[in-house]
Design a protein around this ligand. Structure first.
Ligand code: ATP
Ligand code: MG
Length: 544
């Protein structure tokens, strides 16, 4: 893996180390605990953790917790769990931006004392109006030239809770005529009377993302602060703050393009909306692009990391194909999944020329190539199940299906021929009567051409199961680009089938991922309990 990663960030770090700009490199992953992590975060995690490891540096995990109204302890817990599951270890203790609230407050005082920040008494709406637009310059707030003394006094009052939310805020004094809107006196602190999950009710004021992030990075001596491209405009402010607060170590920000995935949205706010609207069951619904959802769907840490590695890191926005993600999981599961037979949509077969009470044992390999996965016993009897879709009532030329007077091989066992069907009063086929050829157990007698091989289960070896098959939540390739993304929800993103699996599958308790022959890769759903009558399997991905 080492040699292959050579993205532009890798090159920057390599050159910085060569020039001895830093002795050791430090990166960080800074999630806001306002939701679960998704595949986009996985890209950032991979980049930050992996690159620091490549250069024998360190990667911090820091919660960016400055919006108490949106952030929750349960999200912190989940984020920690999923980063561990992906297999990453952060440097020392977990960090929180809230650990630095006191320091950040003191830096705000420094800016006020340097006459580089002021307490504005315009309200939110007015601030917006005064800020101007891309084509018109901004206008100075009437409070901009208050004395330093008054600003200090007002800021302390803000902190003590004398003002209402939105009544006043602390702004940097930069340039209301700047061509970069972000530099038109950005807000540094706002009032929020909300109990913070860590600092409780100590603070009535909270620093903004822009003020917090560069300071937290620099306190932790982060050498390469890697973020996504939408923060490109914020970089100038990032540097302005660090250059004006008298901090010794100054971090540098580098931007890369976000992960965009076909048929998928990757934004916590929008994902939360899918839950709220009951389009999915929760953050870990197997259709969700969250790490928890992917895990429940049967994705492995290896497949996710491999995906992140292969998509690369650039500054160009592009839409990654969902088939590429599927390729990564198939590649991993193909090697290690136990093969079993499952019939998702069963139809009964009666082998008329098979002895009534005979049950034959057939020993087969659990994986056609990987002998290490051992063998198991399957059974053959007069009554078996095949998938309804493997039978065609009308004989079609060159079809690989069973039909009347046509032969087909049952995987690992005999060749059978259909002779008669029985329908119910609605005209639906209920049973198929077949004969078997005794000489064909696992071999083809000479001059015998059998058109296909299908999977099956003997009636005495079945356990009932429910199979959940998924397709993307959205039916357009780029829902993220649509304002009204909910209009494009795929109403058939889950299909539930009821059928059978081999009973013996439950003998091996520690197996997670299975390949059900001809159907795809599956995983036992986490909600299964032993006392539940029906077992649920989630389809990870179909076979190609
Ligand atoms: P969201 O819009 O989903 O809330 P965010 O950027 O606000 O995303 P954070 O928790 O602030 O979420 O992100 C933590 C880190 O993950 C940031 O450095 C961010 O740039 C990165 N990140 C978020 N989404 C993506 C993505 N789609 N691709 C790559 N990196 C991402
Ligand atoms: Mg964010």
């Amino acid at each position: 893996m080492k040699k292959k990663i050579k993205n532009f960030i890798f090159k920057i770090i390599k050159s910085d180390l060569k020039k001895k700009k830093y002795k050791i490199i430090r990166t960080r992953f800074p999630p806001e605990p306002n939701g679960y992590l998704h595949l986009g975060h996985a890209k950032s995690i991979f980049l930050n953790f992996h690159i620091s490891k490549l250069f024998k540096g360190k990667c911090n995990l820091r919660f960016d917790d400055t919006n108490p109204e949106k952030e929750k302890k349960k999200y912190i817990k989940n984020i920690i769990k999923e980063i561990k599951w992906l297999g990453y270890k952060w440097n020392k203790k977990i960090k929180y931006a809230s650990n630095y609230f006191k320091k950040i407050y003191n830096y705000a005082l420094i800016l006020i004392k340097k006459n580089l920040a002021y307490v504005d008494q315009l309200n939110k709406k007015e601030i917006k109006k005064y800020r101007g637009t891309l084509t018109t310059v901004g206008k100075n707030s009437p409070y901009r030239n208050q004395s330093i003394k008054k600003n200090l006094w007002l800021f302390k009052k803000m902190k003590k809770g004398y003002f209402k939310e939105g009544e006043v805020c602390l702004r940097a004094k930069i340039n209301m005529h700047s061509s970069q809107i972000i530099m038109r006196d950005p807000v540094l602190y706002r009032i929020k009377f909300f109990k913070h999950h860590r600092t409780k009710n100590i603070w009535n004021i909270y620093p903004t993302y822009d003020f917090t992030h560069c300071i937290s990075d620099s306190i932790e001596k982060i050498t390469h602060s890697i973020c996504t491209l939408e923060f490109l405009d914020n970089k100038i402010l990032y540097n302005w703050i660090l250059n004006n607060i008298n901090i010794k170590f100054k971090s540098t920000q580098y931007e890369f393009s976000k992960l965009n995935l076909e048929y998928t949205i990757l934004s916590k706010r929008k994902l939360k909306n899918l839950i709220k609207k009951k389009i999915v069951d929760g953050w870990d619904d197997p259709r969700m692009p969250t790490i928890s959802g992917l895990k429940r769907r049967g994705y492995t840490p290896k497949s996710i990391k491999n995906f992140c590695k292969k998509i690369g890191v650039t500054k160009q926005n592009n839409l990654i194909k969902i088939s590429f993600l599927e390729h990564c999981i198939r590649k991993d599961l193909n090697k290690k999944s136990f093969r079993y037979m499952a019939v998702l949509n069963p139809i009964k077969i009666i082998i008329t020329n098979y002895p009534d009470n005979l049950i034959e044992k057939i020993k087969i390999l659990n994986h056609p190539q990987n002998k290490k996965l051992g063998k198991r016993t399957i059974y053959f009897s007069k009554y078996i199940y095949i998938d309804r879709s493997d039978f065609k009532n009308n004989k079609i030329k060159n079809s690989r299906k069973l039909s009347i007077h046509k032969e087909i091989r049952l995987r690992h066992s005999y060749v059978i021929k259909a002779i008669k069907i029985k329908k119910n009063y609605l005209g639906k086929i209920k049973k198929i009567y077949c004969t078997y050829d005794k000489k064909t157990l696992n071999k083809n007698p000479k001059n015998r051409k059998v058109s296909g091989v299908i999977h099956w289960i003997s009636k005495n070896n079945t356990k009932k199961a429910e199979f959940h098959l998924f397709s993307p939540i959205f039916n357009i390739t780029n829902p993220e680009s649509q304002k009204n993304y909910l209009k494009y929800v795929n109403k058939k993103s889950i299909i539930i089938k009821k059928g059978f699996i081999e009973k013996s599958l439950f003998k091996k308790k520690n197996i997670k991922n299975y390949q059900f022959e001809r159907e795809g890769y599956f995983i036992l759903d986490k909600k299964n309990t032993d006392n539940k009558k029906i077992t649920v399997f989630n389809q990870t991905v179909s076979l190609k």
